[in-house]
Design a protein around this ligand. Sequence first.
Ligand code: 2HG
Ligand code: ZN
Length: 471
Amino acid sequence: MGAELTDLDFIRRVRGICGQKNVLTGTADLEFFGSDRTRLATPAPLAVAFPGTTEQVVDLVRLAASAGRSVVPSGGRTGLSGGAMALRGELVIAMDRMNTIKAFDAINQSVVCQAGVVTAQLQAYARDRGLFYPVDFAASGSSQIGGNIATNAGGIRVIRYGMTRQWVSGVKLVTGGGDVLDLNRGLTKNNTGYDLRHLVVGSEGTLGIVVEATMQLTTSPPPSSVVCLALAKLDAVMEVSRAFKASSSLSAFEFFSEAAMKAVVASGETRPFDTIAPFYVLLELDADTESRVDAAFNCFERCVREAWVMDGVISQSGEQAARLWRLREGISEALAPLQPYKNDLSVTPSQVPVFLAEVEEVCRSHYPDFSLVWYGHIGDGNLHLNVLKPEQLTAAAFHERCNEANEKIYQIVQSLGGSVSAEHGVGLLKRGALARTSTPPELAILRHIKSAFDPSGIMNPGKIMPTIPDS
Ligand code: 2HG
Ligand code: ZN
């Protein structure tokens, strides 16, 4: 029936489902809700719908499937791989109105929340109940739980708490076929074959729309201190990591280069000390007892004696700790106006120095005009390589050369058994690179899984999968 629906008829039916005021079609709204932080291309969806219930999401997906229209799920739109970009007349389903924390279970230490709950909202809710939601990153103030699940968001405390996947004990999904799957239902033990919940985590909206989730919380962490260290050379990273891991209980181990420090300082932050170094690390460690604080100081002194560390500071207050964190968390935003070319790569933590040195070498010899900004979650092997455009190059020429450089960088990633997308997902940006680290049989299984959940192929077209189907 619906295949012949005109654009206007389709929008009228969408309005019939969500209500007149919950469907937007103005140009500015289409651009805003049809995009994420990548701004890869000009968004061009047909309409943006804001459902208020799971039933409305089901009706929207069924309508889209029957009319042969594609659907792009939209959360906080903070993604960095183009996973929420709507480029060709799709229906964007934005989860902003489904933003309620519906239930709290103190015994299970879990909450049931709708997909549009903002990460910081969940963190505050947990805090108010003496508990802790540990997944955290710079975009926590606007990213939504549904999007975090769809991208398996990581962030700054993965070395202690893991990624979002670890905290999802149940997920409710409206599949591309319009069925509602209530997966795992908050259970800790459930060995009933394939765990479909874990297929949904990281599926980037290609299988269906997450409408609700049971998220686990944990006990509040002990008081902590933040340490920022200036490193004399790259090799010192591993020595410092080994030393602090042996002496302290770490919750974060982050890294950034002087180019990143310069950018964040130019954006208004203050250098932690006068020493200029090629690299810096930022550690967060438990400081709940005197002996733990002493151990951190002793370790710091040892690192200086060994000449791994040129300078450093240990936070003496919550305010100072927050200031030090801003040096790391503010980098992405500070670089944004320069429109860097982004890579989000990972290898095992012990391979990081080799990996970084090899990439630097390739860039030095083939792309001497590129300026490389390194930062990331070095404790878990995840590095964000942001490349800045040389002034004399046009944006198009710069992109072309970055793509060419990627071939060489991906070869290094591949040779070390790493990943071409550590935490930002594949989206549109990395789908060409997927074959680097996934074999043809793996990609074939990926496609079969997609069609089992999304038989008409309407869900988030072109994301993850290496081709864009015509819509
Ligand atoms: C971070 O760790 C984010 O700051 C953003 O994952 C990284 O913008 C980037 O490349
Ligand atoms: Zn990151």
